[in-house]
Design a protein around this ligand. Structure first.
Ligand SMILES: NC(=O)c1ccc[n+]([C@@H]2O[C@H](COP(=O)([O-])OP(=O)(O)OC[C@H]3O[C@@H](n4cnc5c(N)ncnc54)[C@H](O)[C@@H]3O)[C@@H](O)[C@H]2O)c1
Length: 281
């Protein structure tokens, strides 16, 4: 997709971080932003900022993990704004803590948002797009789905087992979707950023089995690490737009994003050594 003017994008997790800045980058290109998040106030703020940039938009409160709620949301979007040309499945959470300290509830929570949430957004809006495109001549078919994975999809980390697992699954899901949806003229890109300064660490869960003092250390470590890394989310948003323009399959972003990709391909045994580094909490 080269021309963004007048398109509509659904962005999940749009109240914060990558979701907000990607919404605003799209708004600058003349895209109407449908901002979806559990945090309705935050999503509304994103839409207000998008409107200041001259774009239209609307905010919705929706839990991406809830398939029925996502079906309802998608129907409401189709009625109010038409079939969205762009779907950015961005909502995500982290669970920090070693495997044996995680509980069934931790896994349900992270798989629900990071994997099932992406499945729901892709499946439900993907069907709308496919149905619309099938009624159009091939040359007019358009639409793009972006799934936000992570450098953690390449690199195992002993203190982030559930996060790495869901992100690797999103990357594989995106590859399968890309192969399948091409026949309906829908592009699919998977984005794998390294660390960037968003609220992900602040909003993260800690493994339920971690004692409170270790959980507090994990939060401090995550938040300080992202602040010191200081990689602007706006650069991630700009790369997402480029990935849509070029219809790229998998995009690694920033130094650790590229390094983890290269290590996973060239020296998986080095990746396994890195995975064993002790968590500082
Ligand atoms: N920040 C990083 O370093 C980094 C690196 C790689 C990948 N990512 C991924 O980028 C995506 C965006 O994260 P971020 O860093 O901007 O974090 P963030 O915490 O700033 O934003 C995430 C947003 O998702 C929303 N959200 C969470 N659960 C939801 C649900 N069930 N339904 C709807 N919305 C929900 C939150 O309310 C929040 O607004 C995530 O998928 C994350 O895993 C982040």
């Amino acid at each position: 997709m080269k021309d963004f003017q007048g398109r509509t994008a659904v962005v999940t997790g749009a109240a914060s971080g990558f979701g907000r800045v990607t919404s605003l980058a799209l708004a600058r290109r003349g895209v109407r932003v449908v901002a979806a998040d559990l945090d309705l106030d935050g999503a509304e703020r994103t839409v207000r900022l998008a409107k200041e940039l001259g774009a239209g938009g609307a905010a919705y409160r929706v839990d991406v993990a809830d398939a029925a709620a996502m079906e309802e949301f998608a129907e409401a979007v189709r009625e109010a704004h038409g079939v969205p040309d762009l779907v950015i499945n961005n909502a995500g959470i982290a669970v920090m803590g070693p495997f044996l300290e995680t509980t069934a509830a931790d896994w349900d929570a992270i798989i629900g948002v990071n994997l099932v949430g992406v499945v729901n957004g892709s499946r439900i809006f993907g069907r709308q797009l496919a149905e619309r495109n099938r009624a159009l001549p091939k040359a007019l078919r358009t639409g793009h789905i972006v799934n936000i994975a992570s450098a953690a999809s390449y690199q195992p980390v002993r203190s982030l087992p559930s996060y790495c697992t869901t992100k690797a699954a999103v990357r594989m899901l995106s590859e399968c979707m890309r192969a399948d949806l091409a026949r309906d003229g829908i592009g699919v890109s998977c984005i794998c950023p390294g660390f960037s300064g968003t609220n992900i660490a602040k909003n993260a869960r800690t493994a339920s089995g971690l004692p409170p003092e270790r959980a507090a250390r994990a939060h401090r470590w995550g938040e300080t690490g992202l602040r010191l890394r200081n990689y602007p989310p706006e650069k991630v948003a700009a790369r997402i737009i480029k990935a849509i323009e070029r219809d790229e399959a998998v995009v690694s972003i920033n130094l650790e994003g590229h390094l983890s990709h290269v290590v996973s391909r060239v020296s998986p045994s080095l990746g396994r050594l890195i995975a064993r580094l002790p968590a500082p909490f």
